[in-house]
Design a protein around this ligand. Structure first.
Ligand SMILES: Nc1ncnc2c1ncn2[C@@H]1O[C@H](COP(=O)(O)OP(=O)(O)OP(=O)(O)O)[C@@H](O)[C@H]1O
Length: 458
């Protein structure tokens, strides 16, 4: 909590009078009688600011400051001392103290210093969240001919109310395209609601989409609005629409045709004005032939087809995206901007990126965190990124490299990824069948496929 102030002083009188003054100013205070107590308190609940006496028995203020800053580098500390010498003031500043006030304490000075320090804390927090925001921005990076054409198409189609079907492999940026359609439309000030049809168990999807009335099924203890309700006036993004059951497809079709629907367990017909943008990595024509997707819904959605090209089909965008993510992650981590040497960039350009932009984003994040110097060279890249034999062909060989990893978490993740790829291959890339074979919930497998950036081959 930003506005809790921890007062650390061995004199009870000073602790209580400071607490009184600060509480009158509207702050919450907690007190500690020495450095050990202060460190323990900060572990339990981090205050917004610490007022720390220098002369204390057992552990003095400077040592306490040192340990506090080691454990909580962003914590602001104001030092207090009755025997203030320039030397201790300099030492405190070097250890990272924000300010230094002399005893006897002047009420006015304490309050001003506290206000300034808390304002500084807030600024630091704002700064950190602004830095993180670049990574959540919806800017579509790319200047390859394919991406420029896509952006042009978006700008033309977005202002109309036409439904849109976005196709492309996993991680190519389909969701980004959907958001871009929304932000270029008249609906931009209304909600953009998304739902991943593959991640939600089949029996819950209707209630997620259309909502339910109280008592519609066991567990429906109150009425709940569905995504169509929530998106009224705005855009609903139906991700992985190829995983929707035929029954749900029929209901979605009705909304597209009549703008009407009923909640699960309800009789009242509701009307909504929702633009549907759908996405899939499946070949829906094939699904239609197999009887798994409604042809009428397909034509209704596919008025304007958007195809997001795989990253290996627009290699010119790789350096641009890599630099963009590099700068965003260095910024987020508060590190100086690193440089990818030309040879390493060439390696990235040659690699086939089965997980597309998501895989590139993940690897850049890993490189920013794992490399200590200012440059990223070929040696920092995973082995399988080098040479033509990239991607999943390396299967068995790559498992050997799991043994070279030092952390159990990394090794477990690497093994899990390889295992899933292998099993998908054995089951013709059919997610439901693979889930059954490895005894995992389908939605769970889908989540793993997505987070590992595995591209579902047809
Ligand atoms: N052109 C781009 N510019 C910047 N970031 C991008 C671009 N394309 C994709 N990304 C980023 O890559 C990640 C994956 O993109 P997104 O989720 O849109 O892909 P997707 O095709 O919807 O994936 P899936 O099919 O797995 O749902 C996201 O973090 C997204 O912000």
């Amino acid at each position: 909590m930003t506005d809790t102030i921890l007062i650390v002083d061995d004199e009870e009188g000073i602790r209580s009078s400071l607490a009184g003054i600060l509480e009158d100013e509207g702050y919450r205070t907690v007190c500690a009688a020495d450095g050990f107590e202060a460190l323990a308190l900060c572990k339990r609940e981090l205050p917004g600011l610490v007022l720390l006496d220098i002369w204390m028995p057992r552990m003095d203020g400077l040592e306490t400051l040192k340990q506090l800053k080691e454990q909580h580098p962003d914590l602001n500390v104001i030092m207090m001392s009755g025997h203030g010498t320039i030397e201790t003031a300099v030492k405190s500043t070097k250890l990272g103290a924000y300010d230094f006030i002399e005893k006897p304490l002047s009420l006015e000075k304490v309050v001003v210093s506290v206000e300034n320090a808390l304002a500084m804390t807030r600024l630091k927090e704002e700064n950190a969240s602004l830095r993180g925001m670049v990574l959540q921005s919806h800017e579509m990076i790319g200047s390859s001919a394919a991406m420029l054409r896509l952006k042009e198409q978006i700008e033309m189609v977005a202002p109309t109310n036409a439904s849109v079907l976005i196709t492309g492999e996993n991680g190519t940026g389909k969701e980004l395209v959907a958001r871009s359609v929304h932000y270029h439309s008249q609906r931009r000030d209304k909600p953009f609601i998304e739902i991943n049809c593959a991640a939600i168990p089949e029996e819950l999807i209707e209630s997620e989409l259309f909502g339910h009335e109280r008592g519609a099924f066991t567990g429906a203890v109150s009425q709940k609005k569905g995504k169509f309700d929530l998106a009224d006036g705005g855009t609903l993004f139906l991700d992985e629409i190829g995983d929707m059951s035929l029954k749900t497809q029929a209901k979605v079709l009705r909304i597209l045709q009549e703008k009407k629907f009923e909640r699960v367990g309800g009789t009242r017909t509701l009307e909504v004005d929702v633009r549907v943008v759908a996405a899939t990595n499946k070949h829906l024509e094939e699904e239609i032939r197999n009887g798994a997707f409604r042809e009428d819904l397909y034509y209704r959605l596919n008025v304007v087809p958007f195809k997001v090209p795989a990253l290996r089909e627009r290699r010119d965008d790789i350096p641009l995206l890599a630099e963009y993510f590099l700068s965003a992650y260095c910024n987020r981590e508060g590190r100086e901007l690193k440089r990818i040497v030309p040879e390493a960039m060439e390696t990235l350009k040659r690699y086939d990126w089965p997980g597309n932009v998501r895989e590139l984003k993940n690897i850049v994040e890993r490189l920013v965190i794992m490399t200590s110097g200012g440059t990223i060279t070929v040696n920092h890249l995973p082995d399988y990124y080098r040479g033509e034999a990239a991607g999943r062909e390396g299967g068995a060989g790559r498992l050997d490299s799991v043994l070279e990893l030092s952390s159990l978490r990394e090794a477990r993740e690497e093994f899990e990824k390889e295992f899933i790829i292998q099993k998908l291959e054995e089951n013709d890339w059919n997610v439901s069948r693979t889930a059954e074979a490895i005894e995992l919930e389908r939605s769970n497998l889908h989540r793993k496929i997505k987070s590992y950036g595995i591209d579902i081959k047809k």
